[in-house]
Design a protein around this ligand. Structure first.
Ligand code: FHN
Length: 431
């Protein structure tokens, strides 16, 4: 008890002085950032109570449901086919280097045995097992990093502010004005996640739900870093980077773009690693009607295009309520893995390419090696606007020389036949 009090005291002293200062990442954190940036590919898993309804993770709010009724579904949550070992193996074989699991989404249901609520997978379901614990253990065993999604928004708690999304939910008591207790609840849960499950990164979401309030976010970040300095913090708030964050998130968009509409005003950081999250079909949580899975060809090209921006892809799967990953998702994981085993050297550990996305494709760089990824070329020649000197060019696949001609705009690659395939890669050695 004494030990606990002094740890809490130490933490709060550290946090109070930390919160006002500009955040300086620890050595371990900087190392973790680099490993994260090099890893380039992770799998996102939106899995929770909402999976049961098979209507996506927003069903409680979009369906204008009663929270009290929705909660009852916990008594039917029995993912008897869940196999942490098989999930992690399939994900590892896809070439992904980390997973990010929704520990608690906006519906407020916790996927671990939290002592701060009974609305969790162990206490409220007949399944009664801690899936987060099983996944954390398997990730460690199979060598994947373990990231956790954590929602700042909560559509059920009475100490969470009224908001556009939570107001649609019926059957719950009114806001009791007690954000202090919600803040404490979140910090307690986060402390639990960090100490019990040895999390490598925390992925926040939901701050966009109420822009006008004081989330005390830097204080929360300081609390996390005081517990585990090397834990990376990212926040999908759709805003520019906030002091204390270790990586920057873009939703359904490449850094610098705003096609999906979430990234308006999100200036791209040149200090921290970047990550784009995207769905494999159209929805984050499992939705029975959504079979619009993106093709492997599209996903490979998307991954490479994100790498060209110097960023990671966090590719989402919505596991089924029975605990299985959908067969369509497993197929894509397998095929992406086959591609990455052959060509991963041109993706992992790379930095942004010298030439940004063109109609024909993209580029990635690793030291003095520049990879030209050709997705779609109609001719046997390709003009590359480069300012660096190219000393050699060959096909990545079989190391056959590719003829090239220097000119005032860079070089022109000359092929015997028009390049084809998912991604025809030419490696250039540059000075
Ligand atoms: O509302 C969530 C949504 O359900 C999902 O979790 C995505 C993932 O990036 N983020 C939020 C919307 O910005």
């Amino acid at each position: 008890m004494k030990k606990f009090i002094s740890l809490t005291l130490l933490l709060s002293v550290a946090i109070t002085s930390f919160a006002q200062q500009k955040y300086t990442p620890s050595e371990g954190n900087i190392k973790a950032r680099q490993e994260f940036a090099d890893s380039k590919f992770g799998i996102f898993l939106h899995w929770g109570l909402y999976s049961i309804f098979a209507q996506g993770e927003w069903y409680l709010s979009k369906g204008k449901l009663s929270h009290a009724e929705y909660k009852k579904s916990a008594d039917a949550f029995y993912p008897h086919r869940f196999d942490a070992k098989a999930w992690v193996k399939a994900i590892k074989d896809s070439g992904a280097k980390y997973i990010c699991l929704t520990s608690r989404h906006h519906d407020g249901f916790s996927m671990w045995d939290t002592k701060y609520s009974d609305y969790d997978i162990v206490d409220a379901t007949p399944y009664g097992k801690d899936v987060l614990k099983a996944l954390a253990k398997e990730c460690k065993k199979q060598g994947l990093k373990f990231h956790l999604y954590y929602s700042h928004a909560d559509w059920g708690r009475t100490d969470y502010w009224p908001s556009r999304s939570s107001d649609k939910v019926t059957g719950k008591d009114k806001f009791d004005g007690g954000y202090e207790s919600y803040f404490k609840f979140m910090n307690n849960q986060l402390e639990e996640l960090l100490t019990k499950y040895d999390v490598d990164a925390l992925w926040f979401d939901g701050m966009w739900d109420r822009r006008s309030v004081n989330w005390r976010i830097e204080e929360q970040y300081a609390h996390i870093h005081a517990i585990k300095p090397e834990c990376l913090i990212g926040n999908n708030h759709h805003l520019p980077l906030i002091n204390g964050e270790d990586f920057q998130i873009f939703e359904r968009d490449l850094p610098g773009e705003n096609k999906a509409g979430y990234s308006k005003g999100q200036t791209v950081s040149n200090i921290v690693p970047l990550e784009t999250c995207q769905t494999m079909n159209g929805m984050w949580g499992y939705k029975v009607a959504d079979q619009e899975y993106k093709s492997t060809e599209y996903l490979v090209r998307y991954l490479v295009s994100i790498a060209c921006k110097g960023a990671n892809l966090l590719l989402n799967i919505g596991p089924q309520p029975n605990g299985e990953l959908p067969a369509e998702a497993l197929d894509r994981l397998k095929e992406m893995g086959e591609w990455l085993r052959k060509y991963g050297d041109t993706v992992y550990g790379t930095t942004a390419g010298d030439i940004q996305a063109q109609e024909w494709g993209v580029t990635t760089r690793k030291g003095n090696r520049l990879f030209v990824h050709i997705f779609d070329l109609k001719e046997k020649e390709l003009q590359l606007p480069l300012s660096c000197k190219v000393t050699k060019a060959y096909t990545f696949e079989d190391k056959k020389d590719v003829q090239f001609e220097k000119n005032e705009n860079g070089i022109t690659l000359k092929f015997d036949t028009v390049p084809s395939g998912i991604d025809y890669i030419v490696e250039l050695i540059t000075e």
